[in-house]
Design a protein around this ligand. Structure first.
Ligand SMILES: C[S@@+](CC[C@H](N)C(=O)[O-])C[C@H]1O[C@@H](n2cnc3c(N)ncnc32)[C@H](O)[C@@H]1O
Length: 253
């Protein structure tokens, strides 16, 4: 019988330069295809239930209007779409985009039947210019092959005056908190997340490595500005473990 268990995707050598690899996107996609069945359960455990709180904060900050068209980039199994679907004010249209087929299949099930889904790369969004009024992305931008290109695509599909709401891991500034957090994500989390998921791909080694070597929040803001966003604000949550970035596309563009 063929052994179709997903094989290792990230080894120690590859993890030394996760963001610089030319095959990063392909590895990331295969990794999420492999961990899709246990993704939500492990997330809830690893974040001690905070992941839902963070997405609810995204919903609050997005201040959706009933005529909004919302594109959730890197929508995964649909947790962000679900958070917007149960909010008091819901957008007129919700669209989820992800390049992992296995993640999207889970999103498309059950209560998200009212959403549109699209399997595509965030760096080449198959939507016309100025077709959506909000772009959201939770825990996606860190995984992009080219962050600047990702921001330019978000900018392209947004209507003038449209907004982005991005949620991403960051590192606490407080020294003690940062040390404790690094110990948690680098030493403890990979063991129990690996145990809970049965993962063999190295996904829960990639996670801390991609967080610690990701761009600082200042650098993320600078890239957003270069892509043409204005009014860029950041909201660190849970002591800076994650940050929400918000910005607008200028009305004149
Ligand atoms: C950590 S999961 C986040 C899923 C969801 N947003 C959430 O909050 O749980 C990252 C997702 O981003 C997707 N992804 C990463 N890079 C992508 C890209 N370039 N284009 C499309 N999807 C991408 C992965 O397939 C994965 O489903």
């Amino acid at each position: 019988m063929p052994n179709d268990r997903p094989k290792q995707i990230w080894d120690a050598a590859l993890l030394e330069s996760v963001h610089g690899r030319t095959d990063k996107a392909d590895r990331v996609r295969r990794m999420f295809d492999a961990i899709a069945p246990t993704y939500e359960r492990v997330n809830a455990w690893a974040s001690l239930g905070q992941d839902r709180v963070w997405r609810r904060e995204m919903v609050r900050l997005a201040a959706v209007r009933p005529d909004d068209v919302l594109l959730d980039v890197a929508s995964g199994t649909g947790d962000v779409l679900r958070a917007f679907s149960v909010a008091d004010t819901r957008p007129a249209q919700l669209i989820g985009l992800d390049f992992s087929h296995a993640m999207l299949l889970r999103a498309a099930r059950g209560p998200l039947a009212h959403c549109l889904f699209c399997q595509a790369d965030a760096l080449a969004i198959p939507l016309p210019e100025q077709s959506v009024s909000i772009v959201t992305c939770a825990f996606g931008i860190r995984n992009f092959q080219d962050l600047g290109a990702g921001f330019r695509e978000m900018q392209r599909v947004l209507r003038p005056g449209g907004r982005v709401v991005l949620l991403e891991f960051s590192l606490p500034e407080h020294t003690l908190l940062r040390r404790m957090y690094l110990y948690y994500i680098q030493k403890l989390m990979p063991y129990f997340a690996g145990f809970l998921s049965g993962d063999r791909t190295g996904a829960y080694r990639y996670l801390p490595q991609s967080v610690v070597s990701f761009e600082s929040s200042q650098a993320v803001r600078a890239r957003m500005k270069t892509a043409g966003f204005s009014g860029i604000t950041e909201y660190p949550l849970t002591g800076g473990v994650v940050t929400i970035y918000m910005a607008r596309k200028s009305s004149g563009k």
